[in-house]
Design a protein around this ligand. Structure first.
Ligand code: IPE
Ligand code: IPE
Ligand code: MG
Length: 249
């Protein structure tokens, strides 16, 4: 069988600016091997590295990774603890690599609720990489889209109440300026692994016109080629934004 170099098939002029990934299926990956769920999380780090490197190699400027949702606190305490410890370890081990690659790290979500050590490490990496400009790595941590939208509504309501803004002046741009993602472009491509076809409270506003891809692969099995194939499939879609095909050509 001839191995295709998938990367070579990618059109450099038609890349998504912003890719968001719901990294799902660690627990099932572990269970299918007769292991505990946490074994899956430990084996997910390679896949995280794969997606970051793949993005970096083809120069996609924004990558958002759904790392821990606001609903994930409802999992058993030992699993939450394992996830937080893994995050902390990984930040420590990978900070230099992220910096060397020229990536700038950001966080979306309410990080005030994270363990203090994790929060401090996050803030350190964000500070360390703040002048980097080779790409943006955005971690969604304790993130929930509905809470984010409510936060925006409350802030805007307060501005109206204080007479800083008129109700009639509220538009998409004003709203987006109150989201965690205010500095990032809208999502062009959202990928979810593990076969689940749902959004799980991730970037509801930001995916308004994103291409959605649901893959059967479980997250720990996600490779750079999996990602390159997603980009090729994305490039084969016609993004019409409400128009007709004829209007676009
Ligand atoms: C994704 O894998 C990791 C997180 C949500 C933190 P899961 O742990 O959800 O794995 P499944 O979906 O149970 O297989
Ligand atoms: C979404 O996965 C959250 C992350 C990948 C961090 P979940 O596994 O938590 O989603 P549901 O609960 O199955 O929808
Ligand atoms: Mg899951």
């Amino acid at each position: 069988m001839i191995m295709q170099d998938l990367k070579k098939l990618i059109n450099k002029d038609k890349l998504p600016k912003h890719v968001a990934v719901i990294m799902d299926g660690n627990g099932r990956w572990a269970k299918s091997r007769g292991e505990e769920r946490t074994f899956g999380h430990k084996n997910a780090i390679t896949a995280v590295r794969n997606v970051i490197n793949a993005c970096n190699e083809i120069h996609i400027p924004y990558l958002t990774l759904y790392t821990f949702s606001s609903e994930n606190w409802n999992r058993p305490k030992d699993e939450v603890d394992t996830l937080m410890n893994l995050l902390s370890e990984t930040l420590l081990l990978e900070a230099e690599e992220i910096f060397t690659k020229g990536l700038r790290m950001h966080v979306v979500g309410d990080i005030t609720k994270l363990p203090e050590l994790v929060r401090d490490q996050l803030l350190n990496v964000i500070e360390l990489t703040k002048n980097n400009d080779k790409g943006n790595l955005i971690l969604a941590l304790n993130y929930g889209s509905q809470k984010e939208i409510l936060k925006a509504i409350k802030e805007i309501s307060q501005e109206v109440k204080d007479g800083k803004i008129d109700v009639d002046d509220i538009n998409e741009k004003v709203f987006e300026d109150h989201l965690y993602t205010k500095d990032f472009p809208p999502v062009d491509l959202m990928i979810r692994t593990s076969g689940e076809v749902r959004i799980s409270n991730f970037l509801l506003w930001q995916i308004a016109y994103a291409e959605l891809q649901f893959l059967d692969v479980l997250w720990p099995d996600f490779t750079k080629d999996t990602f390159f194939q997603c980009i090729i499939d994305y490039q084969n879609k016609e993004r019409r934004y409400g128009m007709t095909s004829e209007q676009l050509s």
